[in-house]
Design a protein around this ligand. Structure first.
Ligand SMILES: Nc1ncnc2c1ncn2[C@@H]1O[C@H](COP(=O)(O)OP(=O)(O)OP(=O)(O)O)[C@@H](O)[C@H]1O
Ligand SMILES: O=C(O)CCCC[C@@H]1SC[C@@H]2NC(=O)N[C@@H]21
Length: 274
C-alpha cells in the first residue's frame, strides 16, 4: 500500500490523481464551484501545463518531472487563526516534508529554498538565486473561494538543471534522490508527509493560533536578514526582517528604528552593506 493510500485509509483526505491538467488550482476552483459543500480534497498531477504563481506569474513545469498539487480546505472555524496564515502554514508543512531529503527553508511568503552552498547541489548560483538567498525548489499559491481555501504547491522533483528556470533547483539536482528512483514513489512519499503535516498545522491554527508565529519563524530563512520589500505597486521598503505580525506579516525594522508590517511583497535579500 502506498503512503498516500495510507492517508486515504485513515480518512485524512480524499486524493484525486489527474493524468494532465492546466492548473490544479484552476481545476480545484471548478470543482468547488460545481460542489459548494466539497470536503477536503487533494488534486495531484505530474503533468501540469499552465501552472500559475502570484500576480499572474507563470509556474514552469517539466511534465513528468515535477509535481503540482492543490489541497481544498473548506473553512477555518470561528476563533481560529486569520486565513492569512494559511500560505505560511502550507510553506512550513512542505519545508518540513522536504527536509527528509534536503535542508529546505522558507522564504517569506511563499518560496521554498535550498541554501546556496548546500553540498551535492549541481548548479552554480545565479543572480536570482543570490537575490532570493537560495535555489527555489518549490512554491506555494493559496487562493480563496466562496466556500474555502485552495492551497496550491508546485515542487521540482526530477527536473534536470537544463530545464529549470534561473534560480531554481530540483530534488534530483540537489543530489538528494537516487538516479533510479521513479517520480511516482518519490511524489507519493513526499505528499503523504506534506499532507499529514499540513493537517497538523491547520489543527494548531484552529485550537492554538497563538503558537503560529513561533512555528513559522522556526522555518523562516528571511528572519534576521537585511531585505528589500517590493510592494505590489512598485514601492520599496528596506529593513531588517525582525519577526512576524499577528496576521503573518513580515515586520521590518528600518534604519531610523521604526518598524513597518509588510502584508504582501516580493522580498530580495541584500548583501551586508547594500
Ligand atoms: N519550476 C519552477 N521552479 C522554481 N521557480 C520557478 C519555477 N517556475 C517559475 N518559477 C519562479 O517563480 C516565480 C513565480 O512567481 P510568484 O510571484 O508566484 O513567486 P514569488 O515567490 O513572488 O517570486 P520570487 O520567487 O521571484 O520571489 C517566477 O518569478 C519564477 O521566477
Ligand atoms: O511561484 C510560486 O512560488 C508559486 C507557484 C505555485 C505553483 C503551484 S503548482 C500547483 C498549483 N496550481 C497552480 O496553478 N499553481 C500552484
Amino acid at each position: 500500500m502506498s503512503f498516500v493510500q495510507l492517508l486515504q485509509t485513515a480518512a485524512l483526505v480524499r486524493v484525486q490523481y489527474l493524468e494532465t491538467c492546466g492548473s490544479t488550482n484552476a481545476e480545484m476552483q471548478r470543482l468547488v464551484a460545481a460542489t459548494p459543500q466539497l470536503a477536503p480534497l487533494l488534486l495531484v498531477t505530474a503533468a501540469q501545463t499552465s501552472g500559475r504563481g502570484r500576480q499572474g506569474r507563470q509556474w514552469q513545469e517539466s511534465p513528468g518531472n515535477s509535481l503540482a498539487t492543490s489541497y481544498f480546505l473548506p473553512s477555518l472555524p470561528p476563533g481560529a487563526a486569520a486565513p492569512t496564515w494559511i500560505p505560511l502554514l502550507a510553506g512550513v508543512a512542505l519545508v518540513q516534508a522536504l527536509q527528509k531529503w534536503v535542508p529546505a527553508q522558507l522564504k517569506w511568503p511563499n518560496d521554498i529554498l535550498v541554501p546556496l552552498h548546500t553540498a551535492g547541489v549541481q548548479r552554480q548560483p545565479d543572480d536570482l538565486a543570490t537575490q532570493r538567498g537560495g535555489f527555489k525548489l518549490a512554491g506555494i499559491l493559496c487562493e480563496q473561494t466562496a466556500s474555502g481555501y485552495i492551497i496550491g504547491a508546485g515542487i521540482n522533483l526530477l527536473t534536470p538543471v537544463s530545464q529549470l528556470p534561473p534560480g531554481a533547483i530540483s530534488l534530483r539536482s540537489c543530489g538528494a534522490t537516487a538516479p533510479e528512483q521513479p517520480l511516482a514513489a518519490l511524489a507519493d512519499h513526499l505528499l503523504a508527509l506534506y499532507v499529514q503535516r499540513l493537517q497538523e498545522l491547520l489543527a494548531t491554527a484552529t485550537r492554538q493560533p497563538e503558537r503560529l508565529p513561533e512555528i513559522v519563524a522556526a522555518q523562516l530563512a528571511t528572519l534576521g536578514q537585511r531585505v528589500r520589500a517590493i510592494m505590489p505597486d512598485g514601492a520599496t521598503v528596506t529593513g531588517f526582517a525582525q519577526g512576524l505580525g499577528a496576521y503573518g506579516e513580515l515586520i521590518l525594522q528600518q534604519s531610523d528604528g521604526t518598524t513597518v508590517a509588510i502584508a504582501a511583497a516580493d522580498i530580495e535579500h541584500l548583501r551586508v552593506g547594500a
